[in-house]
Write a protein that binds this ligand. Structure first.
Ligand code: NCD
Length: 305
């Protein structure tokens, strides 16, 4: 039985197959409409979510399966003191596969150790968010036609932003990738990403503060929200939250083919006037998230079509 804790749980070949499957689902949704008839997905969400939970649920329903779960710790027995291990033992009796989001780093990993069903990490604290990365990779490959030879700007909260950590880990496995890491001093990527991932793999990267300087060089700009819930103090958050605002004027500094991605939710970091720019891909990205989660559910349940 396989779980998904980090994008590295899939080899590059497996990842390519998964993205191919997602593209086939996009082209032929009816072919997959009953592939999970009689199967159930449990969504165990101890932290707020709109896209990730709903896209998992939509994905399972699109495959003919059913869903059950909870959407906050307060509405589950965690409020009574139940451990993650006990909760997953319960879920193993009710469902065939589960997606878990938790504010504590490593909680889904703990769950996977006692689970009788595949566990998908749907975001663990400031650590990893592998299914957002699958979404990002499918979006990039579908819209750019490749996952290599790209200069990628990651902008915003690179310290607490788990989507950024997973995306970097996944992309360093491709050739010709360069990163421009754009953040305020206080929100730079964690040391383990800089040393154990980027430097260890000799991936070219620079760390800059000004978005304007990076924009003309990018094939792709990945914007992120300042992760309010991970700050220890409100004043620091308030000081950081509007550090970057991508607007129409800044988009003029970028090339005609630069894509803008964002895992969403957006707060102020992309002005709504950018939404109609043909380079804005963040709402398309949401749709790709459903296809890739369908492909992931089929893969982990070992359903062959
Ligand atoms: C992200 C997350 O939860 O880490 N959201 C998402 O799943 N699309 C990004 C965020 O909350 O900023």
């Amino acid at each position: 039985m396989r779980h998904l804790m980090s994008p590295l749980d899939l080899t590059v070949e497996e990842l390519d197959q998964l993205l191919d499957l997602a593209n086939d689902i996009e082209r032929n949704p009816e072919k997959y409409a009953h592939t999970c008839d009689g199967k159930r997905l449990a969504t165990l969400f101890y932290e707020p979510s709109t896209r990730t939970r709903l896209s998992f649920e939509a994905a399972m329903m699109n495959l003919g399966g059913k869903v059950l779960g909870f959407s906050s710790a307060a509405s589950s027995s965690a409020a009574k003191g139940e451990s993650v291990s006990d909760t997953i033992r319960m879920a193993s009796c009710y469902a065939d596969i589960c997606a878990m989001r938790h504010p504590k780093e490593g909680a889904p990993l703990v769950a996977s150790m006692v689970s009788r069903i595949p566990v998908i990490n749907a975001g663990d604290g400031g650590h990893q968010h592998p299914t957002q990365t699958l979404t990002d990779l499918l979006t990039i490959r579908s819209l750019k036609g490749r996952l290599n030879n790209l200069t990628i700007g990651l902008c915003g909260d690179l310290k607490f932003g788990r989507t950024v950590h997973s995306l970097i880990e996944a992309l360093v496995r491709y050739t010709g990738i360069r990163f421009i890491l754009i953040s305020p001093e206080e929100l730079r990527v964690p040391d383990y990403i800089r040393e154990d991932v980027l430097r260890a793999k000799n991936v070219p990267f620079e760390e800059v503060i000004r978005l304007e300087d990076a924009l003309p060089k990018l094939d792709l700009l990945y914007m992120t929200r300042v992760q309010k819930e991970r700050f220890f103090n409100e004043d620091d958050y308030v000081r950081m939250k509007d550090f970057y605002i991508l607007d129409k004027a800044k988009m003029e500094l970028a090339g005609p083919d630069m894509l803008v991605l964002h895992p969403l939710p957006r707060v102020n970091e992309i002005s709504v006037e950018v939404d109609n720019d043909p380079r804005a891909a963040y709402f398309k990205q949401v749709q790709y998230g459903v296809y890739v989660r369908m492909a992931l559910i089929l893969t982990l349940l070992e359903v062959t079509v």
